[in-house]
Ligand binder design. Sequence first.
Ligand SMILES: Nc1nc2c(c(=O)[nH]1)N[C@@H](CNc1ccc(C(=O)N[C@@H](CCC(=O)N[C@@H](CCC(=O)N[C@@H](CCC(=O)O)C(=O)O)C(=O)O)C(=O)O)cc1)CN2
Ligand code: MET
Ligand SMILES: [Zn+2]
Length: 778
Amino acid sequence: MTTPAFPTGTILGYPRIGRRRELKKAVEAFWAGRIDAAELEAAAAALRTATRERLAQLGLGRTDSAIPESFSFYDQVLDAAVAVGAIPPRFSDLVDADGAIDLAGYFALARGEGDRAPLEMTKWFDTNYHYLVPEIGPETTFSLASDRIVRQFIEAKDAGLITRPVLVGPVTFLLLAKAATGAPAGFQPISRLADLLPVYAELLERLAAAGADWVQLDEPGLVNESIPVGRAAQLDALERAYEVLGGLASRPAIFVAAPYGSLGDAVDVLAASAVEAIGFDLVRGSLPIGLTDAARTALAGKTIVAGVIDGHNIWRGDLAGAFESAAAAFELSPSVAVSTSTSLQHVPHDVDDETKLGHLSGWLAFADQKVEQVATLAAGLIDGRPAIADALDAASVALAQRLSASGVRDGAVRARAAVLSDVDFARDDYEVRVAAQQQALDLPPLPTTTIGSFPQTGEIRRARAALGRGELSEADYVAEMRAEIARVVALQEEIGLDVLVHGEPERNDMVQYFAENLDGFDVTEHGWVQSYGSRCTRPSILWGDVSRPKPITVEWSAYTQSLTSKPVKGMLTGPVTILAWSFVRDDQPLGDTARQVALALRDEIADLEAAGIAIVQVDEPALRELLPLERDRQADYLDWSVGSFRLATAGVAAATQIHTHLCYSEFGVIIDAIRGLDADVTSIEAARSRMEVVVDLEASGFDHGIGPGVYDIHSPRVPSVAEVTELIERALDGIPERQLWINPDCGLKTRGYDETVASLRNMLEATRGVRASVGSPV
Ligand SMILES: Nc1nc2c(c(=O)[nH]1)N[C@@H](CNc1ccc(C(=O)N[C@@H](CCC(=O)N[C@@H](CCC(=O)N[C@@H](CCC(=O)O)C(=O)O)C(=O)O)C(=O)O)cc1)CN2
Ligand code: MET
Ligand SMILES: [Zn+2]
């Protein structure tokens, strides 16, 4: 087989949600029954067509496989599961005679249906994207159940474009899967590789028959040291997988991409395989070092795809440096291409859609600008550096301007951060705090609370949109939000919760809201990025030193407390999460930036305390997400991340109770961090894994307050009293009663009111039952 040339410039993937969230709107309309499957398919096809045309126009070639075919209705891992027929048995009635599943069935896997729980959802590497976890057992049968990707390739071809289909690779698919319920202890999905490969083989053959020159198989699983499969087994799987796929008589040329880190010793395995191109993440990772002679020789016969344009961040950046990095790959092979470090699915579409960023615009590159950067660097690889010198110089000038712009360095902020000492990070001893808080709060055993947000209704969002358009006055907006808060307080009192919240109606997002109220940030109008499924966020841009011009949440919380005699929790987002879910300056260590945010929050907490708020929750759901994948970088991370939380919270009196909340965390991985936070009460996600965390908790000897979630808020299902009771009892098996709090898994903002009220009522009824049975006052 003669290998078709790899495009000199490409991207690993492109946002799928649409410039104006067209896909989100169509998918949600389908869920609501406002459009049917054919209409949804048509909307998706229109979006794909527009995307391909846009990418061609921005400089990717029309017929050289440079345009990736990376669309998904919900998630690329779910797509892979559905393509290979890995449908968990509880959904088997949704599968037709050919093993295929329709769109409604596809979404049922993602969102659950009736009593059937959805696939678990978890974080995708070190990003704020979430994927669905395939369930693989000894009995899973694999077959080519969906040829969607082939049809999409043909759809493009019919429009005159030869695109490059993108699939989650077979090794990563299995490494990211979990053992199906009922699988024997110790079963590892990767043990099913030999049965899975024929399906990938069939898919590759189908793509070749349809005319695909190249296929991209994403294997980021190989860069992740925290995957619970031994490295030798990972490498063995990699070798076998590409032996089989590489050896196919009829297939497209194979491009294996390894975003989110370094391939490490997997390079040798891929070098020895028949794959034609290997993609390196040269932003988070590096080119291979210490190669054997054999690997060096083998690599010289492949295309090295240099991922030099950052797929995580939105800075225009150092384009000249990126060009140097790409050119350095010529040391490995005469065939070098430039690409993005990861898919561009983590960045918004287009800076040119923004009208309010002022001088910031010139410092930024969203997906479309990154595609242009790739095209520029590719031209440089072909025609030589002088041909692109102007573009490289322009980027360098913009970068220099950014680093020296006013607001980037604020003397007062820096002076304050420079004089911190140990006392600023330490609270009173825990025992002293427990006594003072008991006296101040007088809570019952197994206190009940929620995580903060109540449903964000259409009315709330519409009011905020009207405020933004100037159709609603600030005063009317505040009055509407206060009315909502009063409703939420009355509801919680009626249900019987012990610690109340205001419900966060005034927040568009738990990070963006703070970014809008802090100096050093800017926010976008259209900079939407998919977080999971149809849910999106507009990550803020943290470009300068951070400070708090005035109190942010104090009036809202004080108003809420004025409505009730029960304690109201103040509600803040912690420094690590504010950083993790924003686009953050890259000109200083993250820890320095976190400290600035922490100091702003510290002032906010002091103001809340002075306003009579006795409990303050500081959410850190992203604590786990920023944890570096490489073990040797973890200690330093934990040091600054935990330190920033303590700096934010340690200023309060012993009687003020500090809560924190984490979700999407494998608890075992970050128990030391949680201990380090020294929060009086920590709520964590636990219901979806049916209180598995209790084992880790018990083993760890954790002795502060802890609220493992007793019901899953990610699905509209209402848990029964019996189910909640069982989870509370399970929690009590490992956690002493005096430590245990009762709360849902996470905030309620994505839920509707009906299911929320029913679920909370059941949570309270279950709690009362357990209190009675353990002999506590009801
Ligand atoms: N940043 C962030 N990351 C996170 C989370 C989080 O809460 N925030 N939670 C975890 C799970 N991820 C999530 C991400 C997004 C959402 C979410 O609910 N997103 C909303 C948008 C939230 C928002 O920004 N809302 C704005 C804008 C809402 C909007 O779409 N307005 C309409 C107009 C109003 C209408 O007609 O409905 C419009 O602009 O067109 C507001 O309320 O002001 C959505 O996709 O629908 C939930 C969870 C992990 N990562
Ligand atoms: C993703 S964690 C969410 C925490 C926030 N306080 C809420 O309840 O929505
Ligand atoms: Zn949460």
